[in-house]
Design a protein around this ligand. Sequence first.
Ligand code: CP
Ligand code: NVA
Length: 303
Amino acid sequence: MQKNLLKLLDLSKEEIMRILDVADQLKYEQKNNMSHKILEGKTLAMIFEKASTRTRVSFEVGIFQLGGHGVVMSSADSQLGRGEPIKDTARVLSRYCDGIMMRTFGQETIEEVAKYSSVPVINGLTDFSHPCQVLADLMTIRERLSRLEGVKICYIGDGNNMANSIIVGGLKCGMNVSVACPKGYEPHKTILEFAENADAEFVLTTDIYKAAKNADVVITDVWASMGMEKDAEKRRKAFKGYCVDDKLMSYTNNAMVQHCLPAHRGEEISDDVLEGHADEIFEEAENRLHVQKAVMAILMGNI
Ligand code: CP
Ligand code: NVA
């Protein structure tokens, strides 16, 4: 296994499957009140440069359930906010903690943390990728459909961190992936290059109905991600119609729906679709806990 989880591009299919298998096992153990203190006495530093509900709580609860401890920091209340270089912070935290999870803007920042850290580094979201979220999505899809290979997923909306990670995670697991985004909002070019050379089928279109046709899974995300708030109005115009609603769902193969949350009802997803698929979407949120416990157990506990 890699030392870090920085982006799904770094992982092999076997490594992804190992994380999902451990996550399934830990979920089973937790549901059956079985203790699994794999990280007894270990500490995870969690640095947030953007807001979070799910990532923060699921990591903090997760490390606790594994017998360890989490320390939450933000740039505002640490020396990072006063300009201390990230490479110094990484070296300091490595001397106190057994792992570092970070949510930040540039992918290069988390890559720099990993370069200077002597302990495993986990990406809790960057502008480029959201690997923990997509691992939770893959776990949820596999739970519900009993397989990943050959499943058709479609992603509707912004070519953002979620789109980038779903394309890579989906294709590595042998899923067929279709993406519909407005012109100018496509996924990152390194992701498109990866997709073109992947063994599984990949379609990029501006036509949401073409992307959704016969899909087994529909995934969407907000039109304006964190840090893009100033473009929200422009994006509202560009993304008009890129909505997962009943009409879009009627093109699918009775698909399940995934949304990383938070959702903007009436923009990328209708209230009806979100509430109609709430079981799947909140299971996905729950699976963040299990999959991140698996990532920590593997990277920090060497299981
Ligand atoms: N999906 C997700 O990462 O949620 P938070 O922003 O609340 O952590
Ligand atoms: N694309 C969203 C995901 C939030 C979990 C963002 O980056 O804000």
